[in-house]
Design a protein around this ligand. Structure first.
Ligand code: GLU
Length: 454
């Protein structure tokens, strides 16, 4: 093995790779952003591990193992043929079968799926559940579509995707636009095509047909468990404090629920039309009714809750609170929003969504010594509970809600501790971005090294 690299040579290796990734992946800014963030963190690892450099680990890591792009034709309710584009990026399987959700949203393109798949590699490594990283989806927009249209779309999507899946190969789950309804249609079609009731090939299934308790709640709950750990280290209480939460999907709803259970007061939720502020604390039953049952906009909440207000457009980050939980989508919290939060006294930010804070926003938090939990650590509870679902499917067991929640909490404590310890080990104590990136990178890199040039 070569002698150790210097800091400068390790940085210059990384810079060259980042430039190369930019040249080879034009028009994919989110993917470059995700790659940049991880590679920026790992210079101190390379200083100690020139064998990673010699084995081309980083060059291999930034290139997906397989990328599938396919046509998804379907017929709408007016009998017109519609065509969408489907994606599955199987990014890395060194630690286990490909694992990661499907996103149905009009903004989906290859670069978005690659950023999500890349993040998923490291997030999944942090869970220590033996799962590789992948992501998929489509530019299909489920809004305003009937159940019958959603079903036909999901069936057509699976008509192509099924050949790439399997309980030991690639296991999808939900993400934005893919919830219980879509997973039901997708799983049903897979079962029909393959003639196998292969429970472990999809997670997020209905609890009555192979799904796991707490999977629905897991991403939101896990984010708050992570926040709790971060605060405990600094001796800051969660109880009695206000929180501003963005989004109103699965992550936001269950982050709100867990915040309330732990005695905090979440006061906002949002969607693409604007945000609601309820200073008395969000009425979660009402918000669930609006979003999950009626599938309506958040503004419908204030119609039944006169003390609350709806702000059309605008930024939810203008609302002062002690904690911020961005749980909507990528790059929803920029530098200006971060400055506003800091000015208003925020003490901790935990990312429920994937990459919701821009790099500039993260810099603002770090300069202001605000605790910051990156999504790949803070929101790992969702995919971790997917792995618990896979375990239950493989052993034909069913664990209770409280048993599953205890396991989730233990996993989040371990994710937190690993990230914290790695942040110390690599010279940035308390910097969870560095901690999460280095701890997970080392796990994936070691597995790749052991398995040869693949
Ligand atoms: N889409 C989720 C995530 O971003 C869950 C993935 C899964 O459960 O496979 O981690």
């Amino acid at each position: 093995m070569n002698a150790h690299l210097t800091n400068a040579s390790s940085r210059s290796i990384i810079d060259t790779i980042v430039r190369d990734v930019a040249d080879r992946n034009p028009g994919e800014p989110e993917f470059l952003q995700a790659v940049h963030e991880v590679l920026e963190s790992i210079a101190p690892v390379l200083v100690e591990r020139p064998d990673y450099v010699e084995a081309g680990i980083i060059e291999r890591l930034v290139e997906p193992e397989r990328q599938v792009i396919f046509r998804v034709p379907w017929t709408d309710d007016r009998n017109r043929v519609q065509v969408n584009r489907g994606f599955r990026v199987q990014f890395n399987s060194a630690l286990g079968p490909y694992k990661g959700g499907l996103r149905f949203h009009s903004s989906v393109n290859l670069g978005i799926i690659k950023f999500l798949g890349f993040e998923q590699i490291f997030k999944n490594a942090l869970t220590a559940q033996g799962i590789g990283g992948a992501k998929g989806g489509s530019d299909f927009d489920p809004h305003g579509r009937s159940d019958a249209e959603i079903m036909r779309f999901c069936q057509s999507f699976m008509d192509e995707l099924y050949r790439h899946l399997g309980e030991h190969t690639d296991i999808p789950a939900g993400d934005i636009g893919v919830g219980a309804r879509e997973i039901g249609y997708l799983f049903g079609r897979y079962r029909k095509i393959t003639n196998r009731h292969e429970s472990g090939m999809f997670t997020g299934k209905g609890v009555a047909w192979g799904g796991a308790e707490v999977r629905t709640e897991a991403t939101g709950y896990g984010t708050i468990f992570f926040l709790e750990q971060m605060l405990a280290r600094r001796g800051v209480a969660l109880d009695g404090q206000t929180a501003v939460v963005s989004g109103s999907g699965n992550v936001a709803l269950y982050a709100i629920e867990k915040l309330q259970q732990l005695g905090a007061r979440p006061i906002t939720a949002s969607d693409s039309s604007g945000y609601i502020v309820d200073e008395n604390g969000i009425d979660l039953e009402l918000l669930k009714q609006v979003k999950e049952v009626e599938r309506a906009r958040v503004s419908a909440y204030v119609d039944r809750r006169p003390a609350a207000r709806f702000v059309a457009g605008g930024s939810v980050w203008d609302v002062p609170a002690r904690f911020a939980i961005p749980s909507a989508t990528q790059n929803e919290l920029d530098e200006a929003a971060a400055r506003t939060l800091v000015r208003n006294g925020v003490v901790a930010v935990a990312e429920g969504a994937n990459m919701p804070c821009t790099p500039e926003a993260i810099d603002v938090f770090s300069e202001a010594a605000v605790l910051f939990a990156p999504g790949k650590a803070a929101n790992a509870g969702g995919v971790a509970t997917s792995a618990l679902e896979m375990s239950q499917n493989a052993s034909r067991q069913r664990w209770s809600f409280s048993d599953s929640e205890d396991r989730l909490r233990a996993i989040m404590v371990a994710v937190h501790d690993q990230a914290y310890e790695a942040s110390e080990r690599y010279g940035s104590p308390g910097n969870y971005v560095v901690g999460a990136n280095t701890a997970s990178f080392v796990k994936v890199a070691d597995a790749m090294l052991a398995q040869g040039v693949i």
